[in-house]
Design a protein around this ligand. Sequence first.
Ligand SMILES: [Zn+2]
Length: 66
Amino acid sequence: MRMCICCNTKMVENCGIKVKWAGYGIDLTDDENKLYGGRLGEPKMAICPSCGEVSIYLADVEKLKN
Ligand SMILES: [Zn+2]
């Protein structure tokens, strides 16, 4: 469970990111200089229903531990 860092309300998790007018997704990487390597997967978002604070997080953190 994620709590809002601004108002301490329980956030709505598993929200996604859409790029307007395009079908492109977004990948997180642990090294932006690598063109194809280091991809960590798609980020998820949590949104606070009270104040609107948006938090971007990675659902699967296992790849960061390698
Ligand atoms: Zn909030």
